[in-house]
Design a binder for this molecule. Sequence first.
Ligand SMILES: Cc1cc2nc3c(=O)[nH]c(=O)nc-3n(C[C@H](O)[C@H](O)[C@H](O)COP(=O)(O)OP(=O)(O)OC[C@H]3O[C@@H](n4cnc5c(N)ncnc54)[C@H](O)[C@@H]3O)c2cc1C
Length: 479
Amino acid sequence: MNLNRKSFMFDMVLFELQDIVGRGNVSVKEADKLAYSVDYYWISELWHDRSGPLTTADFIVQPQSSQQISKIMVLANEYKLPVTVWGGGGGSQGGALAVFGGIIMDVKKMNRVIEIDKVSMTVEAETGILMQNLEWELEKHGLSTMHIPASIFCSTLGGFLAHRGTGVLSTKYGKMEDMVVSMEVVLPTGEIIESLPVNKTASGPDLNWIFIGSEGTLGVITKVKVTVKKMPQVRKFQAFLYKDLARGLEAGKNLMHEGIKPSVIRLYDAEETKSLVKRVMGVDREGAYLVYGVEGYEDVVELEAKHAYKIASKGGEDLGTETGKLWWDTRYKFFYPPYYFSMPQAFGTCDTVATYANIESVYWNMKNSVAEKFPQARFIGHFSHWFDWGAMLYARFIIDNPPSDKHQAVSLYNDVWNTVIRAALKEGGVLNEHHGIGLKLGRLMKEQYGPSFKIIKDLKKMLDPNHIMNPGKMGLGVR
Ligand SMILES: Cc1cc2nc3c(=O)[nH]c(=O)nc-3n(C[C@H](O)[C@H](O)[C@H](O)COP(=O)(O)OP(=O)(O)OC[C@H]3O[C@@H](n4cnc5c(N)ncnc54)[C@H](O)[C@@H]3O)c2cc1C
């Protein structure tokens, strides 16, 4: 339905929404709508920078319970109104933008910590809680989820599940999705469902995985139980410098394959070492900077650190533990002003992941493709999340002076994205590793998945027959 904002029908829907969540929890103020018309998607920032016009929702609604969400979904189906879930608005893919109007459902009032279970080492919480607030609550008990992303202050537990987020310690503790024990979801049609109490059963496919990573297109994740860990007794870091990326990648792979469980391994390419590592940390060296961490009980860490050192020092120059610790202390700085990129610069984070056999060629193909086609762009990258079988590349392109005409700027931006992603796919990479798809990469989903994309599309049709949830995202179209 296309709601005429001046019609009495608009007031009717407003009244019904107020009846569900209370008057104070619905806003139709222009200022509020503007606040929800930009996330960290560069094109939405550009549109703000160049005077719009902006895409806004009709209603901003803040539910406080799953039952209220359920009622909102029923109402949205009756009027065929789009519903877009908003967590922290910290996503970089435009996923939380209400591009077809309708309802923005801001879930941040659903922020209760329901239970910390120290016997099973789990915490159950509502998903609108900001990740840092959950961590502060757990810290009081000497616990942590160990999901520590750079956006911990501005993104929610539910947002990280919706995007399959990755924290800085993921190499030891896994991604957000690996921590899930069970969850509650409100379906697009309003039913409230709970997954099984634990996720290690042989009762068919694990239903959690339908909703994890579905970016608010298949349901609202309202509660989740995730694992927690005791805070480590010690955290140790060590830095090395390698002459080139290949030697750094070899060291990182060996660290993963020799029975050690590093909490973090971060390897910067020569360009990022020369730019950001130098600016943020003051380490002014040519080559590929690598830092790794080990953590846990002191005596175990002592042994792990010794073995890790032996492995990493092959072909590397020891930059010391202090330089390693400095990286940990400054880790957030890399992502915020004055070090982060901002308007008028055009920039995109093209994170991807591939096996060790492919990851180096993924990197070079992405970098060379950008260099060949877009001489005005810089390409920098680091490898920040390491698995038993491969590593994640956090690559970025930056264009200092994109066209001042916003339409031309968008066209250039999308062109770089298509080029860089196709270069990754060609060498065995994927669309991304933890930022999600949203609006930004939807058009490339079909290319990545081929015929199997039909399964995701069919799931969408089945769960959301009126296509009200987050239309236009993840390549799932409008209806
Ligand atoms: C400076 C900076 C640093 C970052 N660093 C990291 C990092 O280290 N690791 C990382 O993984 N990401 C990082 N990100 C990206 C961002 O934090 C993640 O994409 C995060 O998952 C977004 O969560 P959010 O709560 O902000 O979600 P939003 O941006 O509000 O929403 C994102 C998507 O999730 C959907 N959604 C939100 N909540 C729910 C829910 N409860 N149920 C169903 N769908 C929902 C929305 O509809 C939307 O499609 C960073 C971003 C910034 C700006």
